[in-house]
Design a protein around this ligand. Sequence first.
Ligand SMILES: Cc1cc2nc3c(=O)[nH]c(=O)nc-3n(C[C@H](O)[C@H](O)[C@H](O)COP(=O)(O)OP(=O)(O)OC[C@H]3O[C@@H](n4cnc5c(N)ncnc54)[C@H](O)[C@@H]3O)c2cc1C
Length: 402
Amino acid sequence: MNEFWEAKVKLQWAELGSSYDVVIIGGGGHGLATAYNLAVNHGITNVAVIEKDYIGGGNSGRNTTVIRSNYGKPEPVRFYQRSLDLYRELEAETERWVMHDERGLWWLAHTEAGRRQERSRAAINQAFGADTTFVEPEEIGRLIPGINLDADGEFPITGASFHAGGATARHDRVNWAFAEGAMRAGVTIVQGVKVTGLTLDGDRVVGVQTDKGDVAAGTVVGAVGGHATTIASMANVRLPIRTHPLQAFVTNHYEQTWDAIVASNDLGFYVSQTARGEMLGGSHIDPQPSYSRRSDHHFINEIARRIVALFPFMGNLRVLRQWTGICDMSPDYTPIMGYTSAPGFLITTGWGTWGFKAIPAGGEAMAQLIANDETPELIAPFSIERFANDRTLADRGSSGTH
Ligand SMILES: Cc1cc2nc3c(=O)[nH]c(=O)nc-3n(C[C@H](O)[C@H](O)[C@H](O)COP(=O)(O)OP(=O)(O)OC[C@H]3O[C@@H](n4cnc5c(N)ncnc54)[C@H](O)[C@@H]3O)c2cc1C
């Protein structure tokens, strides 16, 4: 048996202890990637990840798996490009097959203003390291199978940006690649344990309270997706986050290979094909803030009309499954990472509808911050202080869904 399989066989669930150097609340992609990087790259292994449900049971196992770096501002383009590059290496690095598939992403424009926006997206992407070019409608018609370029006259396509690095990866495999890698390196991961409070010594956070007992910690990281404000409020930290549901669906198998990822900001949807051949789609967040994970008919009705106008072949497919996650939306559509006003308490949040693609770079940067007690340059623009300092990074046009 080789070293890898021996390590796999030895993989065991540990009991939650009473004291750790670092406690990470939340076993989603960001919490797990932070733990993985702490252990593997910095030798910090006295780490616990505490998950109330199951690994990847939050948004990291509910997303539509799109990975891209075609953002509209220099700071996010650089950050997401780093993540995109790390995704390319993830299988080799973790020795797990994460079904990474780089097939390019189309971002469609339907108006003259949209066309200008996609031209400027391509220019800014190229300037800051992402591979995006502007494409005219004739070429779009040639390269995207089954597209109806004039969308029955209602939403004619006026151009697109093509982001060559756009990719997908299987979400639960990504979560487990980080979880197993972290456990192999000595991190404790517990499922079914809920953090119910934070232990304070003055302003400082010195531990967590759980439904299975108290745990002391040198550093506590809140990586809880849509529950970010609840956890932060336990440290008397107020976050500019609202939690909104986001829905998605898959259809039955479509017999042809459809090797594209297509998004339209104007029509508010995006679609790709899964490895099983299902068509996978998503749209905007539900406008009403809520913690509800219920899916509804209104969503399917709306999105189906828009998708079928552009891709008539989808009118012959049937929706098989529909689901919902709850997204931690920041006001500027950009993450919030790093220190908070409570010493000992760090956050990685504001991942909203776009944080799956950020998991490798987010985990890498949070671990660097904790290990070196210094904010890495790559994530310095994402500090919570940007709101007080009037340095927000409004990037709505690039968030895909809003
Ligand atoms: C339908 C949908 C489609 C999406 N599509 C994309 C996409 O295509 N591309 C993209 O980049 N992003 C996408 N996203 C966004 C992306 O999934 C998230 O931004 C990302 O997964 C966030 O990861 P996380 O680790 O911060 O949070 P999560 O994965 O939500 O993990 C947080 C974890 O914290 C746990 N937790 C909460 N409270 C407690 C507590 N008190 N104690 C212990 N544990 C707790 C939760 O159970 C959860 O498992 C999508 C999201 C949804 C919902």
